[in-house]
Write a protein that binds this ligand. Structure first.
Ligand code: ATP
Length: 478
């Protein structure tokens, strides 16, 4: 079927066609899907001749036209064409066929910064400083080109093979013509959107500096500062500048955040009215940063930031470094509390057994245990209250280990099943001290704190039941 002539008019033609011969789909081997957006699929593609790999963004023309997204696609292409900087995704070429538009982008091999943040909970000060500095340099360049990103957030910060940032998603960016430092119309993501966008539907370059403040908060605490159960409440918090920085947040970072998260866009550190980027880069938080060579440096290893809850104890470090992986858990952000005070443990264990005895135990459990309703007919072998930490935040949960084994966690106040730690043979348990243990799963590390000090018992029981499961599986196979 021939392309609809109307489509030809609205879909942007290749601007680089004069400089280079047009590419075509046949020149590439398409491999796995790297990600999917609302209007596109991004696929790993290898040039058959040069073997160079690209992230090929494929957009369905009809879908874009139907959804009236042509201006966004044009904007993205227009902005990407203007950018040439190591901290931005690079657009190498575009082409189209009857059905699709193709954007040949540099491959951000390590995926989204957000996935790493979910995996470790929060970054330590060193890593937060490094990545914030890279974002500052990227914004300095972007703003010097008269471009406002308008939707800066950890999902839009990708990572290249060497773990340096590659900022993406320019569909909602704005090019400011003639030095006019403002752009109209509302865009953005609730938690990172600036007050001026909400109130006056106007964006300035410093709206990106607001987002930078939000991201710095999130990197160090595990959660963006303006968080609420719904968008409306989130917007209210933003316009009232109602945010809370948790205890344990480093002082220099706190000071920087307070100079970025200001209602007046002209008062934010880094904006033109405040002297531009030099005073921002001179802030004490960036004291150790070598701005000239940062893109050539080896980024710090990603380590979780877990300052101690207990006075006198030093911050915790995981012995296990973070590898690749994606996070499995959806957000569970509605009822957090900060370092809840210790309560008496209700730990209990039961020896697992087969057949008759297990049936008896199950009957008893159904009568006696309030947790029975959550365990799908499995026998509970250990339960207890545990503080599940994520960054600087912590939630108290009833953890329930069954003989399957499965490890469930329940909100004990609302008696609501919140999730399950995915147990697998590739999981490892790391006991840090008598209270704290980490469960490393391929997709995420769980930082768990037993206020009653039975971390070793949890680790032993978990390992014991995982070993039993392994033995059962081996028996089945032989
Ligand atoms: P939406 O348009 O819905 O906001 P999006 O902008 O996140 O979506 P895309 O830019 O189409 O969508 O990207 C979809 C996903 O593909 C991203 O979330 C990212 O994980 C992955 N991706 C995009 N660009 C690249 C790239 N250059 N390298 C590697 N992965 C990428």
């Amino acid at each position: 079927m021939a392309a609809n002539p109307a489509e030809k008019e609205v879909i942007p033609e290749d601007s680089d066609s004069k400089a280079q011969p047009k590419r075509s789909r046949d020149e590439f081997v398409f491999d796995k899907i790297l990600g999917e957006g609302s209007y596109s699929t991004v696929v790993l593609a290898t040039d058959k001749v040069t073997k160079k790999q690209y992230a090929m963004k494929i957009l369905d023309k009809r879908h874009i036209i139907r959804e009236k997204k042509v201006p966004y696609v044009s904007r993205e292409k227009d902005v990407l064409t203007r950018l040439d900087h190591p901290f931005f995704v690079k657009l190498y070429f575009t082409f189209q066929d009857k059905d699709n538009l193709y954007f040949g982008l540099s491959l951000a091999k390590r995926g989204e910064l957000l996935e790493y943040l979910k995996k470790v909970g929060a970054f330590d000060e060193n890593a937060a400083q490094f990545y914030t500095a890279e974002i500052v340099l990227a914004l300095e360049y972007l703003h010097s080109k008269g471009i406002i990103h308008r939707d800066l957030k950890p999902e839009n910060i990708l990572l290249d093979e060497n773990m340096h940032i590659q900022i993406t998603d320019f569909g909602t960016a704005k090019i400011i013509e003639g030095g006019n430092d403002r752009a109209n119309s509302f865009v953005g993501t609730a938690e990172y959107v600036s007050p001026e966008l909400l109130q006056n539907k106007v964006a300035f370059k410093s709206s990106d500096l607001w987002a930078l403040g939000c991201i710095l908060c999130q990197l160090l605490s595990g959660r963006p500062p303006f968080h609420a159960p719904n968008e409306y409440l989130c917007f209210q918090k933003i316009t009232k500048l109602e945010y809370m920085i948790p205890e344990g947040f480093p002082d220099n970072a706190r000071d920087l955040v307070s100079k970025l998260l200001l209602l007046d866009p002209a008062a934010r550190l880094g904006c033109d009215q405040m002297g531009g980027y030099p005073p921002l880069k001179d802030h004490l938080f960036f004291e150790d940063i070598d701005w000239e060579t940062i893109h050539e440096q080896t980024p710090p290893k990603l380590m979780p930031y877990l300052p101690s809850n207990t006075k006198g104890e030093s911050a915790l470090r995981s012995d296990i470094l973070i590898g690749d992986g994606s996070s499995e858990e959806g957000s569970e952000l509605s009822d957090w509390e900060l370092f809840p005070s210790s309560t008496k443990s209700t730990n209990q264990t039961a020896a697992g057994s087969e057949g008759q005895e297990r049936e008896e135990q199950l009957k008893q459990q159904a009568k006696d245990s309030p947790w029975n309703q959550f365990v799908n007919g499995e026998l509970i072998v250990m339960t207890g209250l545990i503080d599940k930490r994520k960054g600087l935040f912590s939630k108290r949960r009833q953890f329930i280990l069954t003989d399957k084994p499965r490890l469930y966690y329940v909100d004990p106040v609302n008696m609501d099943l919140k999730g399950e730690v995915p147990l697998s043979d590739s999981m490892t348990i790391e006991v840090k001290n008598w209270k704290i243990f980490f469960v490393h799963t391929p997709s995420r590390t769980y930082y768990l704190e037993d206020p009653t000090g039975q971390s070793q018992k949890w680790a032993d029981t978990l390992n014991e039941w995982m070993a039993k499961r392994k033995a059962r599986n081996t028996d089945k196979q032989s």
